[in-house]
Design a protein around this ligand. Structure first.
Ligand code: C2E
Ligand code: MG
Ligand code: MG
Length: 701
């Protein structure tokens, strides 16, 4: 027999039977479990037959997710009844309730019998439970707007009023705004007409409020001067009496709460006074949260959304991807030059103007994601509409020649994730950037000499730093080496990724200075490590243009000698584009590099041409699978076939090491290990880190 049947059959059969035509229910006092409801009770709160089973009374009756603050459980006595009233939010009805305690085998149960009542029948002492109920509504509702509406509705119900509302005062602008309102059935909403009302119209009230008094008009007709603006405004709204109470936070008056045409209890100011305290605290909390949210999601310079917000939006996008998406990326040309030449103030003004053109020329939110970089994701947009937006943007920038901006874009129908879209848009932006730099050099806007001077100055001023990303033996999880990855610090000390500046230096033909700086830093770190008895292997990226400088190999050998680091500790990473130099030149170069003792790695394999001959005929010591292959490893069988076979081939070709780059999950690492990939590198293991962190990591026992 379950609990419900036990109570029924063993003790209270007669009592329960006698309630069949009442609105009544029984719940467990300790567990709040709902055990029984009469048909009328179920009908009242629209609960289907067994809908209340396994639910708590506060869920079934009030839609709360925890016990009600006004719960009468602790007021129940063994003898007699406890009578009270409540406003039932679910049904929007006032109920007068009679409670009694049922006891069975040391367990306590609450029987409630309810009667619908008209608000005017409410007894004043019940104001306390009404207030408690309103507070709970206000503080536990997840959606503030709904919570405050229900709160105002309860207060309005208590006074049997036409309207309950909140006004907030803006003393700086001298106006007050109606920010929230509840209206009884058949009463017209006024909120839209009550914006920017001059404070002078409620001056009398404010004077009272400042003295911490409420303001009561029992009869507008009798108490107000018929020529006054207040009288006219109230009469237009059909208000004949009202009750208002100030909202204070820390002695600062910031608004008021009021009820119009209270038909009942106009003399009971206590409830409104208490309600004003509660609502003041809640509004204050909310405005603080809004302000904090605004601050943490807004770029203070331009007023558009910042990177934080962008990341949050990206996450939301993953959870709920749009069916169509256009992405626009925009990047200010030559901002650094503007800052240097005309000062940061001018540079900032260009950033602000760019942000505002982006924001004002199209309907989607703009995010500033880097110093000179903006992104506009346009979800659920048709291709033609997207292209029209792009054209409008281009026209807007054409009209402001001082804002020189490159725009990249990508649009896709279904099934392309936002990150891939952004990187496509980014790629297109880079094509534009390259063209921009080439044109700028051609037109003499930038000269190679000035760019070189600037770069050398920046290297000397320690604006470049080398990060290291550990490489892991996939068999035993040990660190076997690291890749050196260059970073630049902008004027504010923020880290700029190489993708942002390498194309520029490459276009200028001065990238070798960066590469050689990295080599120098690496050798210096390796010397310190050797002295501490640690031997590490480091891979360094060299661009094709650096490899082609005269006496390249000699230069790097000299550098190794200077630091006393054997060349065997260094792997040079080059990408497939090296093949553009022509076979003869390439083979000779590779031969020199090898005979000097350096290792050679083919970077980003699988990202572009994936020319197998590069692996088989050129004498590379290592192949690095590009992140794009690793990314699709788990879901795409083709990537698995490519990777598996190339690893197989490398093993057969006598010891070409295979490194997989961009490993982000344990699953990827496990598959790669199963295919006998030797080494792994990726965020799953470690992100690129400063030299000191790497040293500390290596020194850990
Ligand atoms: P790369 O040589 O292919 O370097 C690997 C890139 O992948 C690095 O980006 C690294 O941070 C990133 N990466 C590693 N693991 C993960 C992962 O799990 N997830 C993701 N999303 N990314 C991962 P970084 O440091 O931004 O470098 C970008 C490229 O810039 C490098 O690609 C390389 O081509 C170039 N680069 C970096 N330093 C130098 C340098 O000193 N000289 C030259 N010439 N190029 C450099
Ligand atoms: Mg690399
Ligand atoms: Mg790579």
């Amino acid at each position: 027999m379950n609990a419900e049947e036990t109570i029924y059959y063993e003790n209270y059969k007669e009592l329960i039977d006698s309630l069949q035509n009442e609105i009544a229910w029984i719940s467990d006092v300790e567990t709040y479990e709902m055990l029984y409801m009469t048909d009328r009770a179920k009908a009242l709160i629209s609960c289907c037959d067994d809908g209340y089973r396994n639910q708590k009374c506060y869920e079934v009756l009030h839609g709360n997710n925890r016990p009600c603050t006004f719960c009468p459980n602790f007021k129940l006595a063994a003898e007699g009844t406890y009578n009270w009233s409540q406003y039932n939010i679910k049904t929007k009805k006032w109920l007068s309730i009679e409670d009694r305690l049922l006891v069975h085998k040391d367990r306590h149960y609450r029987l409630e019998v309810a009667h619908e009542i008209r608000p005017e029948m409410l007894e004043i002492p019940n104001a306390e439970s009404i207030l408690l109920q309103s507070i709970q509504t206000l503080t536990t509702g997840s959606d503030f707007q709904t919570a405050i509406n229900t709160f105002l509705e309860m207060v309005g119900g208590f006074y049997f009023a036409d309207r309950t509302y909140v006004f907030e005062l803006d003393f700086e602008k001298g106006v007050t705004n109606n920010t929230y309102e509840w209206c009884a059935e058949g009463v017209t909403a006024q909120i839209d007409f009550l914006q920017q009302v001059p404070i002078s119209e409620v001056e009398d009230w404010v004077v009272q409020f400042l003295k911490k008094h409420e303001y009561v008009i029992r009869s507008v007709d009798k108490e107000l001067d018929h020529d006054s603006d207040t009288y006219k405004r109230l009469i237009v709204q059909n208000i004949h009496s009202l009750l208002v109470a100030p909202l204070f936070i820390d002695d600062r008056l910031f608004g008021f709460i009021g009820v119009d045409n209270p038909e009942l209890r106009i003399d009971n100011i206590n409830l409104l006074r208490a309600a004003s305290d509660v609502i003041a605290v809640e509004l204050d909390k909310r405005s603080m949260l809004e302000r904090l949210e605004y601050l943490s999601y807004t770029d203070m310079l331009t007023g558009v959304s910042n990177r934080n917000f962008y990341i949050k939006k990206l996450e939301e996008n993953y959870r709920n991807p749009p069916s169509k998406l256009g992405v626009i990326v925009a990047d200010i040309n030559g901002l650094k030059g503007l800052n240097d030449q005309y000062g940061h103030k001018y540079g900032d003004s260009i950033i602000v103007r760019t942000a505002h053109i982006l924001r004002d020329s199209q309907p989607f939110p703009v995010f500033r994601v880097g110093g000179d970089e903006f992104i506009i994701p346009c979800p659920e947009i048709e291709k033609t509409e997207f292209q029209a937006i792009l054209q409008t943007l281009r026209d807007a920038f054409a009209a402001d020649p001082e804002c020189d901006v490159c725009i990249g874009s990508s649009w896709h129908g279904e099934g392309l994730d936002i990150n891939t879209q952004i990187s496509r848009a980014d790629e297109l932006l880079y094509v534009e950037k390259q063209t921009y730099y080439h044109d700028a050099i051609r037109d003499g806007k930038i000269t190679r000499a000035s760019a070189l001077n600037e770069l050398l100055g920046e290297i000397a001023a320690n604006r470049f730093v080398v990060y290291y990303q550990p490489q892991i033996d996939l068999n035993n999880g040990k660190i076997v080496g690291a890749e050196a990855l260059v970073r630049k610090l902008d004027a504010d000390g923020n880290i700029v990724s190489p993708a942002r500046f390498i194309p520029y230096y490459e276009a200028q033909g001065i990238l070798m200075h960066v590469d050689l700086f990295v080599l120098d830093s690496v050798l210096q770190m390796l010397r310190e490590l050797e002295q501490a008895g640690l031997h590490l292997h480091v891979s360094i990226n060299f661009s094709r243009s650096t490899l082609l400088i005269p006496d390249f190999v000699e230069k790097i050998c000299t550098a190794c000698n200077t630091y006393g680091v054997p060349p065997q500790r260094i792997t040079l990473e080059v990408t497939e584009t090296i093949s553009k130099v022509g076979d003869d030149v390439l083979l000779e170069l590779l031969e020199q590099i090898h005979s000097a003792g350096f290792r050679l790695s083919l970077d980003d394999f699988g990202s572009q041409y994936s020319n197998l001959a590069m692996i088989t005929d050129r004498g590379f010591d290592e192949v690095k699978f590009d992140k794009s292959l690793v990314d699709t490893l788990c879901e795409n069988p083709r990537s698995r076939v490519v990777i598996k076979n190339i690893i197989q081939m490398c093993r057969e070709l006598d010891g070409i090491t295979v490194v997989a780059e961009g490993i982000e999950t344990a699953e990827q690492a496990v598959i790669l290990n199963a295919y006998q990939c030797d080494i792994g590198q990726g965020f799953h293991f470690y992100r690129p880190m400063p030299a000191d962190d790497l040293v500390a990591l290596l020194q850990k026992p």
